[in-house]
Design a protein around this ligand. Sequence first.
Ligand code: C2E
Ligand code: MG
Ligand code: MG
Ligand code: MG
Length: 285
Amino acid sequence: SSKEQGRNRYQWFTSSMDDMVIEKVNIETSIRKCLANDEFILHYQPKINLETGATYGVEALIRMPSYENGLIPPSSFIPLAEETGLIVSIGKWVLDTACKQNKAWQDKGFAPLRISVNISARQFLQEDIVEQVRQTLNDSGLEPKWLELELTESIIMRDLEDTAEKLQQLKKMGITISIDDFGTGFSSLSYLKNSPVDILKIDQSFLKCIDENDDTNEAIVRAIISLGQSLQMNVIAEGVETEGQLRFLKAEQCNSAQGYLFGVPCDAQAFGEFLKSKKQWFEFK
Ligand code: C2E
Ligand code: MG
Ligand code: MG
Ligand code: MG
């Protein structure tokens, strides 16, 4: 009967809500456990200069290990970490670990790279974020010019005055600032004109179908590259997977690129091997 169906639907609905709550509690428990036991992992992905073919940078990307499900991607726990405030502790751990790892690679004699760290909204809203970054650099011994912070448009556009002040201070220290997922948010172009932002990171969604002659995406990518040129900012494309995309980006004079074509994110040891093997030099035809 329809009454029964209604009840079933209702039961189905409540039990699914329960599942979601349980799932959230599980993730939160895992996050706390990983923080307490120092079990989070960073993976590293190279960034390539499209003029020289050299690896000039590396992005740190967090992973959460779990017994049942292997490495959990950030999309499955960063939103909850933001909601609960745990992102503040995670963020400190990421910044600290990335800076120390980068310094360790430099101390091993590898050509110095700029390491980039993703900063979330709640993390950047902390009053002492600039001081935290300064302290972390001091503790690790890494020079500020080898650190880049990746922020999204929504973070940068949120509280313009407060943000601008923080960005200016970070910039004065010698840190590089980039806008991640550029083109998916609501950047004010008049704000960008006078902002301390150094780099626009074209969102990977715009790279899709570029090698299949997707006119709209091609136009967007071209527009972002030329915006960067006008604002005297460098432009990097993320999510580059094919030779066709690479050819397009080189023809359009995009400064740099990142994606599976050059290297999938891997752990610190594997990335060290990559640097040792000289595979970090790419030759373009
Ligand atoms: P993002 O910063 O835009 O990072 C790029 C994402 O694209 C990464 O996913 C990376 O593994 C993936 N990727 C790289 N090359 C390719 C490619 O050629 N094709 C495709 N399809 N994907 C590619 P990941 O590692 O799962 O990270 C997802 C997002 O989680 C990041 O997006 C970033 O917003 C966030 N995130 C990662 N690590 C951290 C962190 O330490 N702190 C914070 N707050 N957020 C983080
Ligand atoms: Mg990023
Ligand atoms: Mg991105
Ligand atoms: Mg993204």
